[in-house]
Design a protein. Structure first.
Length: 83
């Protein structure tokens, strides 16, 4: 770990994201060996991540009723940007 990584982690933490979001972000960035470790440590998060990764805009079939994909796509596009 570098000093930069350590300080960047405090910025991420300050935004108070859900723990599962942090794990899914780590899964996105992980190399093969570290992804395997994350899959073993967090199998439920991995299962949901896979399902959402392969679903349109991350929406699972049981959530699809009433979803306006245009609005959702715009919300995702602007996520994390200053208001």
């Amino acid at each position: 770990m570098s000093l930069h990584s350590y300080h960047y982690s405090s910025l991420i933490s300050a935004e108070d994201p859900p723990f599962s979001s942090l794990i899914m972000a780590a899964m996105r960035k992980a190399d093969t060996q570290n992804l395997g470790r994350l899959q073993l440590a967090f199998p439920e998060i991995w299962d949901e991540f896979k399902k959402r990764y392969n679903a349109r805009l991350g929406v699972l079939p049981e959530e699809a009723a009433g979803i306006d994909y245009g609005i959702l796509a715009e919300q995702i596009r602007t996520m994390g940007r200053p208001k």
